[in-house]
Design a protein around this ligand. Sequence first.
Ligand SMILES: Nc1ncnc2c1ncn2[C@@H]1O[C@H](COP(=O)(O)OP(=O)(O)OP(=O)(O)O)[C@@H](O)[C@H]1O
Ligand SMILES: [Mg+2]
Length: 322
Amino acid sequence: MILGIETSCDETAAALVDTGGRVHASVVSSQADLHSRFGGVVPEIASRRHLELVGPVVRATLDEARLSLDDLSSIAVTQGPGLVGALLVGLSAAKGLAWSRRLPLTPVDHLHGHVASLYLGPDQVEPPFCCLLASGGHTLLLDIRRRGSFDVVGSTIDDAAGEAFDKGARLLGLGYPGGAELDRLARAGDPDAFAFPVARVSGLDFSFSGVKTALLYAVRGLGAGELHGRRADLAASYQHALVRALVERTRAAAAGLGLTRIAVVGGVAANSGLRAALAEAVFAPPDLCTDNAAMIASAARYVLPVPYPEYLGLDAYAAATG
Ligand SMILES: Nc1ncnc2c1ncn2[C@@H]1O[C@H](COP(=O)(O)OP(=O)(O)OP(=O)(O)O)[C@@H](O)[C@H]1O
Ligand SMILES: [Mg+2]
């Protein structure tokens, strides 16, 4: 039984996963409300809130599964990438818990965690497959030949897909993070009402800054009164452009790699337009798309644990290791 802990951004999360990938408990405490009035995550506030929540969230997770620390075989924790102050809270808590029981500790890369959301539950995806990882901080196309590793074959040259959704939502006057709200608004709109561009960057990379600027100009071009009536059309057309870019490049990557199976993970995998447009793909379950600790415990199954007491020297890292 692995206890996973995730604190890389603004979700404090813990989960219990067994070696077969069954989730026994998963608790996610989102700080989104705390950060919404700032229009984004404030790192220092996130760290302080993680500090308050990490203990109670671990306790609630153990209670949910009716287990205690005595039942654990190891502890897994996100080491990076993410906000360093936020990561350090989870890493320190995990070190303390592991040390108190002389348990091994497994440091997990957050991006490997997102992919490992596909290796949970009864319908686990088996490599080889082409994976689109689209989240708030990353947009990657991955060649996956075995569990626990991947090769990056494409990435964004500017904004991440989730960031593009959030910035678009903000232009439309929605809250933060607005991706899910924009998705809801788009359902009532016409995706062909506005012609937003899909960037033509070389290879398998993405660019979302142009479409974001196109939305800005469209919003500016409408009067305040008119804007309100067209918001759903703007949302639907903007989402349509983002989804088209994601779908085109993902299909091209899979074809180029000779892979017939496509999987999608990360917060943007929850998007209903993407799910409909890439109907042949396997999507992570909606509750495992955005940050959670079940995916971290899942990924730990494919990483060598660090024995006591060597892990006490582990440090967090902010940027993707490549
Ligand atoms: N239904 C949806 N449609 C579009 N975007 C969505 C939807 N639901 C969530 N998102 C977006 O997903 C992102 C959050 O995903 P996730 O939690 O995986 O990212 P993150 O952890 O912040 O970034 P990273 O994993 O790269 O560090 C946000 O940008 C959010 O707006
Ligand atoms: Mg994430």
